[in-house]
Design a protein around this ligand. Structure first.
Ligand code: MG
Length: 384
């Protein structure tokens, strides 16, 4: 009998974190919510902590932490600030770190988990987009395991178990097409944040839902795949698949294509990242192929959704360009959500920022963070 694995759930109040806590609750003999951490939602993290009995509770935002600390009576020890969260992640009792944080904020805890040699269930694509080679080098040195949770990358990770790495020809990422798939170029000029937030198959946070609508989410996933699986830029393809049943595919040299299929439910890739190489039951994710009647596939439309091309541009340029793509997009999306930007200007602003960037090859972490900071300012000039 082995004791349950201690899981630190980061981004616990978000959709990935909540799904992770459901997986843990379904397997009390296998997993324990050792720590739950959120950015700033004090009331929500307190009630989640009570429900799952976490020993440690964290808020990355120090102001939010101080507010909660005034009324904190436990159970669980309260931690505040990014440094304290990184120390928590690296604690010797932690076995698995679920990084369900959105955006560039996921980089610091991912690096902390990598340095401490943990199993990292990585839902934060931005840390790989910004600093993939750095994260991988640390994992190689410490023995940390990087298991993707992003559904496409989990699918590729699973399909890769079917053959030798040397025999992989390419990977094919599927894209739902997002909420605006059917819009014409003219209609895209007038979509509102509410239009773009209606995702057809996945229920996710606002930022990633806008990224799905612009296909920039897929652009980020192209960069993520490049670094997670050490693929040549020419060995990555994207196909639009509106039903989100085939989560991605790997094509081997002999032409065999291995696809991973399941109902779109993030609990599956999260649980697999926790249990790999084992596969556990406990998920009520019935699969009835006949009920879907048909699965559609089509080439992405780069004229209407130029954001996708930016991912391929970023992996061709390499170095700091991924960080620039990500940072410029975070700022542009925030402007769009605030009603200050037309939808097509998101991709246009990111593209212009990337064109103005002087790529640093093989950057170290400070150079990545410099590129991130530069892009956040430059994109505002490009959008002005
Ligand atoms: Mg995804």
């Amino acid at each position: 009998v082995t004791s349950p694995k201690n899981v630190a759930v980061l981004g616990a109040t978000g959709s990935i974190g909540r799904a992770g806590l459901e997986v843990i609750a379904a397997h009390p003999d296998r997993f324990r919510a050792w720590a739950v951490v959120a950015q700033s939602r004090g009331t929500e993290i307190a009630s989640l902590a009570r429900a799952c009995g976490a020993l440690h509770v964290g808020l990355a935002d120090e102001v939010a932490h101080d507010a909660l600390a005034r009324e904190w009576r436990g159970p669980g020890k309260l931690h505040g600030g990014t440094d304290a969260i990184c120390a928590l992640v690296a604690h010797p009792e932690v076995d698995v770190v679920l990084v369900g944080v959105a955006g560039a904020a996921g980089l610091a805890p991912t690096l902390a988990a990598a340095r401490a040699g943990k199993r990292i269930a990585l839902a934060n694509k931005e840390s790989m987009v910004m600093a993939g080679p750095i994260v991988r080098a640390i994992c190689r040195a410490t023995g940390a395991e990087l298991i993707p949770v992003d559904s496409e990358h989990s699918a590729i990770f699973q399909a890769l178990q079917c053959g030798r790495r040397a025999d992989v020809k390419k990977v094919i990422l599927t894209a739902s097409g997002g909420a605006l798939k059917a819009k014409t170029q003219a209609e895209l000029e007038h979509v509102t944040p509410a239009d773009a937030l209606k995702h057809p198959t996945w229920s996710m946070g606002a930022k990633i839902t806008i990224d799905s609508a612009s296909l920039i989410n897929k652009a980020l996933e192209v960069v993520e795949a490049r670094w997670l699986f050490d693929l040549e830029p020419t060995a990555i393809d994207v196909v639009v698949h509106p039903q989100s049943i085939v989560h991605s595919m790997v094509e081997f040299q002999d032409g065999a294509v291995i696809a991973q299929m399941s109902r779109p439910d993030m609990k599956l890739p999260i649980q697999y990242a926790f249990s790999h190489p084992e596969r556990l039951g406990g998920l009520d994710v019935g699969f009835d192929l006949a009920a879907y009647r048909r699965l559609d596939f089509e080439a992405p439309d780069l004229a209407r959704f130029p954001g996708l091309g930016l991912g391929f541009e970023a992996i061709r340029a390499g170095g700091t360009m991924g960080a620039v793509l990500n940072a410029a997009n975070e700022v542009a999306v925030a402007r769009f959500l605030a009603g200050a930007l037309r939808f097509p200007r998101i991709a246009a602003g990111v593209e212009k920022t990337m064109a103005r960037h002087r790529t640093v090859r093989d950057p170290d972490l400070p150079q990545v963070l410099d590129a991130d900071a530069w892009a956040r300012e430059e994109v505002l000039r490009c959008l002005a």
